[in-house]
Design a binder for this molecule. Structure first.
Ligand code: PXP
Length: 239
């Protein structure tokens, strides 16, 4: 069964647009769980543009499925993760000007820091995942630095403008899944996935969980969170 992790960052984006206390991503997470989500994901950015520390603290106490904390490799973030102990941590690159996470981590370049910080997080009991491009060298390096999981960045597939390019990107994802599984890594995937493009990726064997945010929250604004989550679950095999 492929699991669905719902990223509720953009409920917080809507809240921050007014600087008040609603809509609350914690309430959205509860509704997503009621609709069958297998996990909740939030990205606590260093600039706190959407999710706030208070959200992660409350989610840690209220999420009944699994809480996945996405974060940069910064010391401040590692300290927060070590204090709150989410079920899993997904390490992502972070750029100040970006609208959303733009690419995967350069695991080869960051290997020393990653090894050290993954060690600390794993020792504290967190499962650690690295957000990487579907690139075999990055995946091999992810295993070498001690990650439990990789999350494959599906952005290039989602942004493909021709059928040929889309197929090429899908093939890259397929090869990346198979390389990661052979190395003993768990495989998640996400970024840019929506109700129209999820089908072919969901049909690839070997993915444990998708992390989907913007498209679900965007649909939830129109049809409600529970229906938006249920409709996405229906597009995953075995549902
Ligand atoms: N996975 C990771 C690692 C991400 O950084 C993001 C975006 O925050 C997502 C999944 C979800 O992407 P989207 O909002 O495009 O569904």
């Amino acid at each position: 069964m492929i699991k669905l992790g719902v990223n509720v960052d953009h409920v917080a984006t809507l809240r921050e647009a007014r600087g008040i206390n609603e809509p609350d991503p914690v309430a959205a997470a509860m509704l997503a769980e009621l609709a069958g989500a297998h996990g909740i994901t939030v990205h606590l950015r260093e600039d706190r543009r959407h999710i706030q520390d208070r959200d992660v603290e409350l989610l840690k106490r209220t999420v009944k499925t699994r809480l996945n904390l996405e974060m940069a490799l910064a010391d401040e973030m590692v300290a927060i993760a070590l204090k709150l102990l989410p079920d899993s941590v997904t390490l992502v690159p972070e750029g100040r000007q970006e609208l959303t996470t733009e690419g995967g981590l350069d695991v080869l370049m960051l290997r020393q820091t990653l090894k050290h910080k993954i060690g600390l997080l794993r020792q504290a009991g967190s499962v650690v995942s690295l957000f990487v491009e579907p690139d075999i060298e990055q995946i091999k390096a992810s295993q070498r630095v001690g990650a439990d999981f990789i999350e494959i960045h599906t952005g290039a597939y989602c942004e493909a403008t021709t059928e040929v390019e889309r197929k090429e990107q899908l093939r890259r994802i397929e090869l990346a899944i198979s390389a990661a599984r052979k190395l003993g890594l768990g495989v998640n995937a996400g970024h840019g996935l929506n109700y129209q493009n999820i089908g072919p990726v969901a049909a690839l064997p070997g993915i444990e969980e998708f992390n989907i945010g913007h498209s679900i929250v965007g649909r939830a604004v129109l049809v409600g969170m529970e229906r938006a989550v249920r409709e996405m679950l229906q597009l995953l095999p075995q549902h």
